[in-house]
Design a protein around this ligand. Structure first.
Ligand SMILES: [Fe+2]
Length: 332
């Protein structure tokens, strides 16, 4: 039989092996929340989404205004001007074995938001020396819509990330449950209310990676923090899309909390004062200073990465897009 004839033969269907869900039984509950578009599930209970709809309408109006005053082009240029920012963090309780440990932190990529964005992000991370890379959510541009256009840029980004100890990732409020197996497949170590460890000698980084808590909070997120909290010779790091679980992580003894979500306001008043932060915990659990940069809360250090991409409108003002290289230093 010729090779051409062989190629024309029907391909027998591959037997479908039952596959254990990669992230436990989380998916069905998450998808039920995704279908309920009018409500968000938060650590403080269900919240209506009407304020977000108002904020989105304000953003659209703002975009039209930028066009009218001739600033639209500059807004896009700013939004694509991704830079690498280096930051040392002095951390009490960090084991000496992890002094100098470098984490490349990316957040809010929204990679399919503009055709030039993936290259800008990849250029910012190219060749960066790091022990670990962490991504704190919002990979796709649409809020819960089609993520297919983000897949190829994500694959390119994953190939560009070459830390020595892997690439951890958590989901954001834009990201659908259906994106989880795609991230697994691309080589990200996705944590959905799950833990990970990095060990050096008798010491370890105890890492908890939560599903988004801004829109998709479940008690499993709180339970994950408790289950993976640092004990003995370990130092705790919480990876969460938004700052909205910072108080709980501090209560559980975590030493470092890495998040994003706010975009640092994305469009700020001069001096970087954000107008909209998309953070809304009640009862004083979330001070506004957690909207961007390095902060302290009840003995825990936190970093809110103001993000590499943009959402809503293609614009950034006084909130330059960033990727972070964080160097952990033992304090005291
Ligand atoms: Fe985002």
């Amino acid at each position: 039989m010729t090779q051409e004839a062989l190629l024309r033969l029907p391909v027998p269907p591959r037997p479908i092996a039952p596959r254990a869900p990669a992230h436990g039984s989380w998916e069905a509950a998450r998808q039920a929340m995704e279908r309920r578009r009018e409500l968000r599930s938060t650590p403080d209970g269900l919240r209506p989404c009407r304020f977000e709809a108002l904020e989105n309408a304000a953003e659209r109006l703002f975009a039209r205004g930028l066009g009218l005053v001739g600033l639209a082009e500059r807004a896009v240029r700013n939004a694509l001007d991704v830079r690498l920012v280096e930051q040392e963090l002095a951390l009490p309780g960090l084991p000496a074995a992890f002094d100098g440990y470098a984490i490349l932190h990316l957040s809010d990529l929204h990679l399919d938001g503009h055709p030039a964005l993936p290259a800008a992000v990849i250029e910012a991370v190219r060749g960066v020396d790091a022990d670990l890379a962490v991504l704190t959510g919002d990979y796709q541009f649409t809020d819960g819509g089609d993520f297919a256009p983000a897949i190829e840029p994500l694959a390119r980004l994953r190939r560009a990330l070459q830390p020595r100890e892997g690439v951890l990732a958590v989901l954001g409020n834009h990201d659908l449950a259906a994106l989880a197996p795609v991230l697994d497949e691309l080589g990200f170590e996705l944590l959905v209310n799950e833990g990970a460890e990095r060990v050096r000698g008798r010491h370890a980084l105890a890492i908890a990676g939560l599903d988004d808590v801004h829109r998709f909070y479940t008690p499993a997120a709180r339970a994950c923090l408790r289950a993976h909290r640092p004990a003995g010779r370990s130092f705790g790091i919480a990876l969460v899309h938004s700052p909205e679980m910072a108080a709980e992580a501090a209560e559980d003894g975590y030493g470092l909390y890495l998040c994003g979500h706010t975009h640092g306001g994305q469009v700020c008043l001069p001096g970087g004062v954000p107008l909209i932060t998309h953070m809304d915990r009640r009862g004083g659990r979330l001070p506004r200073r957690l909207a961007g940069g390095v902060w302290q809360l009840a003995g825990m250090t936190g970093v809110t990465n103001i993000g590499a991409g943009f959402s809503g409108i293609p614009a950034r003002f006084a909130a330059r897009p960033q990727v972070l290289r964080l160097v952990l230093r033992r304090a005291g």
